[in-house]
Ligand binder design. Structure first.
Ligand code: BGC
Length: 735
């Protein structure tokens, strides 16, 4: 449709029809033949007559189902404006990839982009138009359950992944293989106080702009079609009705002209926030702040018209929002083809096809992180192996947000390993958690398997009996998928006692122990590491879990994942992240007596595994850092290089990391900041020179005067295998 036709369409709509475009409900509202308003209708209190005007639906899938819905809707819709179908598709639609935090550990945006392309293809043929992804909230606190949905604690990585995901989903907007992306949760949702979901966020303007906003902006710059406003407050104002964030920064500064949608129920939640006195005021505050679509409340539907009629709301706010929704529908081609890519034949052909699954398997091998290996891995295929633990035969390995997954489709560890190791026995040994009341009110999930078992002792004894004749024991433990994700904050980030007991019982059998950890967050793993000879962080690996992990265990693939988030020593360190400030009393170098330095008296300052850390089956040696000059100017570049040598007998991938430290500034600077990554393949005993270019642009930050710029002075440049590296050289920036 031409723009002028869209304007004509907008002008032809009644006020109620306009408001309908700004309301999003889920599919339950349309299935129901409710004569009286019960169930979902009563729950959100929407006027039944208004439901047929709803502009978009969330989380209903399937080409056949959505075609039926669209047809029924258009039949009644006088202006023939098709509905938009949106869904939560985070790490795959049906072919499930590792959770985003796992994907982050690939340090490989191209790989991650391909996961988005595959998810988009599967979703597009299933009739979906928009995904609520990528989620690029910068997160530094492992207590927060939603760290599983994001990619990293680091901005360089988060920005690269944000761009990759948007490009992967949206591509050239081809209707048959792409969907629109909705970046979320703008802004700062990843910094809730105390790691408790939905909690208040307190960020200074500088921290917000320097650390928290860039990843959303990267998505917007990549052309992301939608933005989701976050639940939290920023500086005391809920983002849902935050004009400064939704208008001044997002639209005026960044030039975003797409649709802004609320998070689930958030417009109405302005009342309990204590920001709006009632729902009517909530509707006014949100629409005036630039919030276009109200997801899953009746607030816009019930009050916007009244506000206009009473002269309390200028209709221009509604018109502008509706226009953006119509423009999105037009961009997606819905006026020409309301089903878009939805196609039952294509669903059969593409969903979970061999090509997609093979790729998912490759991704698993690139996202698991080898944390410890005392010369145990890889295992010999002739070894007699026992696999014990709740994840030995579990298919629940796709993570909390894989809401479209066919529960039976994942490959279990046992099934994957069995293809490599003939001599394999399995036993569960323990359940994932000991207390099912943790799941009390989680209605989407039926926590039957892997949660509670009356016969704990019997379960454990069976595992001991199973493992006692093995040469090597693999222990597959972790947290439950529902212990992370939305509403999954934890005050204790260790593995449940019954699983630790299982691990220790296995240890008593005096065999080499290989432990595999499944989790949606960095866990405190000291006890686990101390009782294991090898330790592999598997995240929730998705559909190809068993096959991908088996590839690593038997050595067919050399692992290459690196931690994109710090693994704390214990929960008391949270939030913990590598790019912290030094403080005036740094524990290691301060001249003060130990007591009066910045440290804990009962736990170390250092995390158990630092950002960027990860082992491979190869060994790499780094030369000292060489710089081609010691002085940088705005119109020149410094070449910083190292020679990396594979000193082992195995070909492997090394993830070479460049960090910079600005030694002093008008505001203090982090002790290290990741500024470059190169993944290189080295043959046995091969050495390669790895070179990075350092430019003045890379040294910019938000200065004391709030300008984004560099400052002349001294810098350190580090090149090494992780954020702990001390392999460094110095240079000066002259301006
Ligand atoms: C979550 C969002 C999600 C939305 C729709 C909310 O509760 O915070 O991330 O996209 O629900 O399912």
């Amino acid at each position: 449709m031409e723009q002028k036709e869209l304007i004509k369409l907008l002008n032809s709509l009644s006020l109620d029809e306009k408001i309908g475009q700004l309301v999003q409900l889920n599919g339950n509202f349309f299935d129901s033949n409710e004569k009286v308003a019960t169930g979902p209708i009563a729950k959100i209190g929407i006027d039944k007559e208004k439901i047929p005007l709803t502009g978009s639906i969330l989380n209903t899938m399937g080409a056949k189902e959505l075609k039926k819905l669209q047809d029924k809707y258009l039949e009644k819709n006088e202006k023939k404006i098709p509905m938009l179908f949106m869904a939560d598709i985070l790490n795959g639609f049906k072919t499930i990839f590792p959770i985003p935090l796992g994907l982050g550990c690939s340090f490989d945006p191209e790989l991650v982009k391909k996961t988005a392309q595959i998810a988009a293809k599967e979703a597009a043929v299933s009739g979906i138009h928009v995904t609520f992804s990528p989620m690029v909230d910068m997160a530094r606190d492992a207590r927060w359950g939603r760290v599983m949905e994001t990619y990293s604690e680091d901005n360089l990585l988060n920005c690269a992944y944000a761009k990759a995901m948007v490009e992967g989903y949206q591509g050239d907007h081809d209707p048959d293989s792409t969907i629109s992306a909705c970046v979320k949760h703008y802004a700062g949702y990843g910094a809730p106080i105390a790691g408790r979901d939905y909690n208040t966020v307190e960020l200074s303007e500088r921290t917000l702009r320097e650390f928290y906003l860039p990843s959303y902006k990267a998505a917007v710059d990549a052309g992301c079609d939608l933005v989701m406003a976050s639940f939290n407050t920023i500086d005391g104002i809920p983002v849902t009705a935050n004009e400064r964030l939704l208008k001044e920064i997002l639209r005026d500064e960044w030039g975003f002209d797409g649709v802004v949608i609320s998070d689930h129920s958030a417009v109405k939640e302005l009342v309990p926030h204590g920001f709006a006195k009632d729902e009517k005021e909530a509707a006014k505050l949100a629409i005036e702040a630039g919030l276009d679509i109200d997801m899953m409340t009746a607030t816009y539907s019930n009050y916007l018209a009244k506000l206009v009629e009473e002269g309390k709301l200028d209709i221009k706010y509604i018109d502008e929002a509706v226009m953006r929704v119509l423009e999105l529908k037009n961009k997606l081609g819905l006026f020409e083809n309301p089903y878009r890519g939805g196609n039952e034949e294509a669903e059969k052909k593409y969903i979970m096809c061999d090509e997609f699954r093979e790729f998912a398997r490759e991704v698993v091998t690139k996202t698991c992180v080898l944390l410890k290996n005392d010369s145990i891995l890889p295992l010999n295929k002739n070894n007699k192996i026992a696999i014990v633990g709740p994840y030995a035969t579990s298919k629940d390995v796709c993570g909390m947000w894989s809401i479209n997954v066919d529960s039976d489709s994942a490959v279990t560890l046992y099934d994957g390993l069995k293809k490599k190791f003939e001599n394999l026995v399995a036993s569960k040994g323990a359940t994932v958690i000991d207390d099912s009341s943790l799941f009390e009110s989680f209605n989407r999930y039926t926590p039957i398997d892997n949660v509670i078992d009356d016969n704990k002792e019997e379960l454990l004894q069976k595992a001991i009996d199973t493992a006692k004749d093995a040469e090597i024991i693999i222990v597959a433990i972790g947290e439950h998928p529902q212990q992370s994700g939305e509403g999954g904050s934890r005050g204790d980030i260790t593995i449940a006692p019954s699983q630790i007991k299982l691990l220790k019982e296995m240890r008593k059998l005096n065999k080499p122990i290989v432990t595999l950890v499944f989790s949606g967050r960095p866990l405190a793993l000291n006890e686990v590491a101390n009782n294991s000879d090898a330790l592999l962080q598997c995240w929730f690996p998705g559909t190809e879990a068993g096959d991908g992990i088996a590839d690593i265990i038997c050595g067919d693939v050399n692992p290459s994942g690196r931690l994109s988030m710090t693994f704390p020593h214990s929960v008391g360190q949270c939030p913990i992240y590598y790019n912290e400030f030094s403080t005036g009393r740094p524990a290691k170098t301060s001249k003060h007596s130990r007591r009066f330095t910045s440290r804990y008296i009962d736990i170390p300052n250092e995390p158990t595994y630092c950002f960027g850390y990860g082992l491979t089956y190869s060994e790499f040696k780094y030369s000292e850092v060489e710089l081609d000059k010691q002085v940088l100017t705005p119109d020149s570049k410094i070449k910083a290089s190292v020679v990396v040598e594979n000193t082992s007998e195995r070909q492997g991938v090394e993830t070479v990391q460049l960090y910079i430290r600005d030694l002093f500034g008008s505001v203090v600077r982090p002790v290290k900041e990741l500024k470059g990554v190169q993944k290189i393949i080295l043959q046995p005993h091969e050495a390669k020179k790895v070179e990075f270019e350092i430019s003045e642009e890379m040294l910019k930050f938000i200065r004391k005067d709030m300008h984004f710029d560099s400052e002349a002075g001294d810098f350190e440049v580090f090149i090494g295998k992780d954020s702990n590296t001390e392999n460094k050289a110095n240079f000066e920036l002259k301006k």
